[in-house]
Design a protein around this ligand. Sequence first.
Ligand SMILES: [Zn+2]
Length: 187
Amino acid sequence: MAIKIYIDQGHNPSGPNTGAEGNGLKEQDVTYIVGRYLYDLLSSNPNFEAKLSRQNSSVILGTNNSTSLRTRVNDANRWGADYFISIHTNGSVNPAGNGTEAYVYQSTGEAFTLAKLIVDAITYRMGTQNRGVFARPGLYVLRKTAMPAVLVELAFISNYDDAIKLRDDPYGFAFAIYQGILQFFGV
Ligand SMILES: [Zn+2]
Protein backbone atom coordinates (compact mmCIF):
# COMPACT_ATOMS: atom_id res chain seq x y z
CA MET A 1 0.00 0.00 0.00
CA ALA A 2 1.22 3.44 -0.89
CA ILE A 3 2.25 5.80 1.91
CA LYS A 4 -0.24 8.66 2.02
CA ILE A 5 1.38 12.07 2.37
CA TYR A 6 -0.76 15.17 2.83
CA ILE A 7 0.88 18.37 1.59
CA ASP A 8 -0.47 21.57 3.11
CA GLN A 9 0.64 24.70 1.25
CA GLY A 10 0.23 26.73 4.43
CA HIS A 11 -1.74 29.81 3.40
CA ASN A 12 -4.49 31.18 1.19
CA PRO A 13 -3.93 33.27 -1.99
CA SER A 14 -6.20 36.03 -0.59
CA GLY A 15 -8.80 36.55 2.12
CA PRO A 16 -8.08 35.00 5.52
CA ASN A 17 -4.82 33.26 6.42
CA THR A 18 -2.57 34.85 3.81
CA GLY A 19 1.15 34.55 4.48
CA ALA A 20 4.17 36.77 4.95
CA GLU A 21 5.53 39.07 2.25
CA GLY A 22 9.04 40.21 1.52
CA ASN A 23 11.41 41.09 -1.28
CA GLY A 24 8.53 41.21 -3.77
CA LEU A 25 7.38 37.69 -2.89
CA LYS A 26 4.25 36.38 -1.20
CA GLU A 27 4.61 33.33 1.02
CA GLN A 28 1.38 31.77 -0.27
CA ASP A 29 2.62 31.88 -3.88
CA VAL A 30 5.94 30.23 -2.97
CA THR A 31 4.31 27.54 -0.84
CA TYR A 32 1.68 26.84 -3.49
CA ILE A 33 4.26 26.10 -6.16
CA VAL A 34 6.66 24.18 -3.88
CA GLY A 35 3.74 22.03 -2.75
CA ARG A 36 2.68 21.42 -6.33
CA TYR A 37 6.21 20.30 -7.30
CA LEU A 38 6.39 18.05 -4.26
CA TYR A 39 3.00 16.58 -5.19
CA ASP A 40 4.27 15.82 -8.70
CA LEU A 41 7.44 14.18 -7.37
CA LEU A 42 5.59 12.00 -4.85
CA SER A 43 2.87 11.11 -7.37
CA SER A 44 5.48 9.87 -9.85
CA ASN A 45 6.77 7.39 -7.21
CA PRO A 46 4.57 4.30 -6.69
CA ASN A 47 5.61 4.15 -3.02
CA PHE A 48 3.55 7.26 -2.33
CA GLU A 49 0.12 8.77 -2.70
CA ALA A 50 -0.07 12.53 -2.20
CA LYS A 51 -2.85 15.05 -1.64
CA LEU A 52 -2.65 18.85 -1.71
CA SER A 53 -4.57 21.23 0.54
CA ARG A 54 -4.77 23.74 -2.35
CA GLN A 55 -5.34 21.80 -5.54
CA ASN A 56 -5.24 24.95 -7.63
CA SER A 57 -3.80 28.39 -6.99
CA SER A 58 -7.17 30.13 -6.47
CA VAL A 59 -8.50 27.83 -3.73
CA ILE A 60 -9.27 29.67 -0.47
CA LEU A 61 -9.67 27.39 2.57
CA GLY A 62 -11.85 28.58 5.45
CA THR A 63 -13.49 31.91 6.21
CA ASN A 64 -11.14 33.03 8.96
CA ASN A 65 -7.73 32.08 10.28
CA SER A 66 -8.89 29.28 12.55
CA THR A 67 -11.30 27.67 10.08
CA SER A 68 -8.58 27.87 7.43
CA LEU A 69 -6.28 25.77 9.62
CA ARG A 70 -9.09 23.46 10.68
CA THR A 71 -10.11 22.78 7.07
CA ARG A 72 -6.58 21.60 6.23
CA VAL A 73 -6.30 19.38 9.31
CA ASN A 74 -9.79 17.89 8.87
CA ASP A 75 -9.05 17.16 5.21
CA ALA A 76 -5.85 15.29 6.13
CA ASN A 77 -7.51 13.38 8.97
CA ARG A 78 -10.52 12.43 6.84
CA TRP A 79 -8.30 11.31 3.97
CA GLY A 80 -6.39 9.07 6.38
CA ALA A 81 -2.99 10.59 5.70
CA ASP A 82 -0.02 8.70 7.10
CA TYR A 83 2.12 11.86 7.27
CA PHE A 84 1.36 15.58 7.11
CA ILE A 85 3.76 18.20 5.79
CA SER A 86 2.88 21.89 6.04
CA ILE A 87 5.01 24.19 3.87
CA HIS A 88 5.79 27.76 4.95
CA THR A 89 8.35 30.49 4.53
CA ASN A 90 9.66 32.33 7.56
CA GLY A 91 9.57 36.06 8.10
CA SER A 92 11.27 38.47 10.48
CA VAL A 93 11.37 42.22 11.07
CA ASN A 94 15.14 41.75 11.06
CA PRO A 95 16.17 41.36 7.40
CA ALA A 96 19.36 39.57 8.48
CA GLY A 97 17.40 36.60 9.88
CA ASN A 98 17.83 33.67 7.51
CA GLY A 99 17.83 29.91 7.20
CA THR A 100 15.70 26.78 7.24
CA GLU A 101 13.93 25.25 10.24
CA ALA A 102 11.03 22.95 11.04
CA TYR A 103 8.51 22.49 13.84
CA VAL A 104 7.03 19.30 15.24
CA TYR A 105 4.67 18.49 18.11
CA GLN A 106 7.41 16.93 20.22
CA SER A 107 11.18 16.42 20.02
CA THR A 108 10.99 12.65 19.72
CA GLY A 109 9.43 10.17 17.35
CA GLU A 110 8.84 9.88 13.65
CA ALA A 111 7.89 13.47 12.92
CA PHE A 112 11.08 14.76 14.54
CA THR A 113 13.25 12.37 12.53
CA LEU A 114 11.46 13.21 9.29
CA ALA A 115 11.70 16.95 9.99
CA LYS A 116 15.43 16.73 10.62
CA LEU A 117 16.01 14.84 7.36
CA ILE A 118 13.95 17.43 5.45
CA VAL A 119 15.78 20.40 6.99
CA ASP A 120 19.16 18.76 6.37
CA ALA A 121 18.24 18.03 2.74
CA ILE A 122 17.05 21.60 2.10
CA THR A 123 20.14 23.20 3.63
CA TYR A 124 22.42 20.82 1.73
CA ARG A 125 20.76 21.45 -1.63
CA MET A 126 19.84 25.12 -1.33
CA GLY A 127 22.76 26.39 0.76
CA THR A 128 20.55 27.88 3.46
CA GLN A 129 21.56 28.01 7.12
CA ASN A 130 20.47 25.00 9.20
CA ARG A 131 18.50 26.35 12.17
CA GLY A 132 17.30 22.93 13.32
CA VAL A 133 14.01 21.36 14.41
CA PHE A 134 11.94 22.66 17.31
CA ALA A 135 8.96 21.40 19.33
CA ARG A 136 5.97 23.73 18.91
CA PRO A 137 3.11 21.82 20.58
CA GLY A 138 0.88 24.91 20.43
CA LEU A 139 0.66 24.97 16.64
CA TYR A 140 -2.80 23.89 15.52
CA VAL A 141 -1.73 21.85 12.49
CA LEU A 142 0.75 19.91 14.64
CA ARG A 143 -1.61 19.45 17.57
CA LYS A 144 -4.77 18.41 15.74
CA THR A 145 -3.41 16.17 13.00
CA ALA A 146 -3.94 12.48 13.72
CA MET A 147 -0.63 11.50 12.10
CA PRO A 148 3.06 12.54 12.37
CA ALA A 149 3.18 16.17 11.21
CA VAL A 150 6.02 18.47 10.15
CA LEU A 151 5.80 22.21 9.55
CA VAL A 152 8.79 23.28 7.47
CA GLU A 153 9.92 26.90 7.12
CA LEU A 154 11.81 26.70 3.82
CA ALA A 155 13.76 29.95 4.23
CA PHE A 156 13.18 33.59 5.24
CA ILE A 157 11.13 35.57 2.73
CA SER A 158 12.29 38.71 4.57
CA ASN A 159 15.97 37.99 3.88
CA TYR A 160 17.25 38.98 0.46
CA ASP A 161 19.53 35.99 -0.19
CA ASP A 162 16.93 33.49 1.02
CA ALA A 163 14.18 35.19 -0.99
CA ILE A 164 16.21 34.93 -4.20
CA LYS A 165 16.49 31.18 -3.65
CA LEU A 166 12.74 30.91 -3.02
CA ARG A 167 12.03 32.95 -6.14
CA ASP A 168 14.50 31.28 -8.50
CA ASP A 169 14.40 27.63 -7.46
CA PRO A 170 11.13 26.51 -5.86
CA TYR A 171 11.67 23.13 -7.52
CA GLY A 172 14.95 22.78 -5.61
CA PHE A 173 13.15 23.21 -2.29
CA ALA A 174 10.50 20.67 -3.33
CA PHE A 175 13.11 18.19 -4.52
CA ALA A 176 15.01 18.52 -1.24
CA ILE A 177 11.84 17.81 0.77
CA TYR A 178 11.30 14.80 -1.48
CA GLN A 179 14.86 13.60 -0.84
CA GLY A 180 14.31 13.94 2.92
CA ILE A 181 11.16 11.84 2.60
CA LEU A 182 12.97 9.17 0.56
CA GLN A 183 15.73 9.00 3.16
CA PHE A 184 13.19 8.69 5.97
CA PHE A 185 11.52 5.69 4.34
CA GLY A 186 14.73 4.23 2.90
CA VAL A 187 13.23 3.99 -0.57
ZN1 LIG B 1 3.39 30.65 7.03
